[in-house]
Design a protein around this ligand. Structure first.
Ligand SMILES: Nc1ncnc2c1ncn2[C@@H]1O[C@H](COP(=O)(O)OP(=O)(O)O)[C@@H](O)[C@H]1O
Ligand SMILES: [Mg+2]
Length: 244
């Protein structure tokens, strides 16, 4: 099993978009994927083309599989949420579980990151985004937290500040930086049309960037020895061998 926790200290950075895009692309690549929306907003399903009022539980009482991803969410009570966290812990060995945690939900993040393989923090390339990273470190500075990976989202290379933030973050967070995703309005257009981004805009730069990000996360997990699936580890190692 591989559990990735998505949490950002600043709301609106694209935590949900990145969770949904990775889930969908990993499913297309043949992985068994479950996505959990632990946020009160419950917007993850909108990125799979569902409507706000749509229920995620099918007639058989099981979480629905939407576009190749088992979607879980709409937790109202603490009991429902705790049960979901227990299910995440019991993710089957060959499955990838992605967990979308709201920015204000420090408790949820604390709970999940204890057993997650990696905590991914999505940040926008602007000063407030950068400043928000100082909230993650606790006793250790973020630069020394091996369990945290940083993704820059909504990158716009036409903007000087965006470019500079990108360069600065890559230099500062050498061990944490796992990738960047460019800004593309098709992210919102897809939601407005109740379609998933992959279906609405298959050529979006977001998808290109997310594919690179997935490779980078997989490599990072193997490098830090966190992959619990030996077959996958072997595959990553032999791929590295080939590129040498
Ligand atoms: N790469 C991107 N390009 C353009 N818009 C984006 C991108 N990533 C996210 N967005 C938009 O930014 C807004 C916030 O994204 P969301 O994933 O809901 O953030 P969070 O979950 O961190 O609060 C949404 O309107 C979303 O469509
Ligand atoms: Mg969100």
């Amino acid at each position: 099993m591989t559990v990735l926790a998505f949490h950002s200290p600043k709301g609106g950075a694209g935590n949900t978009l990145v969770t949904a895009a990775i889930a969908r692309r990993a499913a297309i690549r043949g992985r068994a994927v479950s996505a959990y929306d632990l946020t009160r907003q419950d917007s993850l399903k909108l990125l799979f083309g569902l409507l706000p009022h749509q229920n995620l539980v099918g007639a058989n009482g099981q979480a629905m599989v939407v576009r190749g991803v088992r979607l879980n969410g709409n937790y109202v009570t603490k009991g429902e949420r705790d049960a979901a966290i227990e299910r995440i812990k019991a993710t089957p060995p060959d499955e990838l579980a992605l967990v979308d945690i709201a920015s204000a939900d420090w408790d949820g993040w604390e709970q999940i990151r204890r057993f997650a393989d990696l905590s991914i923090c999505v940040i926008e390339p602007n000063p407030i985004g950068l400043a928000s990273l100082t909230r993650l470190g606790e006793q250790l500075p973020v630069t020394e937290r091996e369990d945290i990976a940083i993704v820059l989202n909504k990158l716009d290379d036409r903007r000087k500040l965006s470019r500079h933030c990108h360069r600065f973050m890559k230099q500062l967070f050498v061990n944490q930086f796992v990738g960047s995703i460019r800004r593309d309005e098709s992210a919102n257009e897809a939601i407005a049309r109740f379609e998933s981004l992959v279906d609405y805009a298959p050529n979006s730069v977001i998808i290109t960037d997310v594919d690179i990000l997935i490779d980078s996360i997989e490599q990072r997990l193997a490098i830090t020895g966190l992959v619990r699936d030996p077959q996958k580890l072997r595959a990553v190692n032999s791929a590295e061998h080939q590129t040498v």
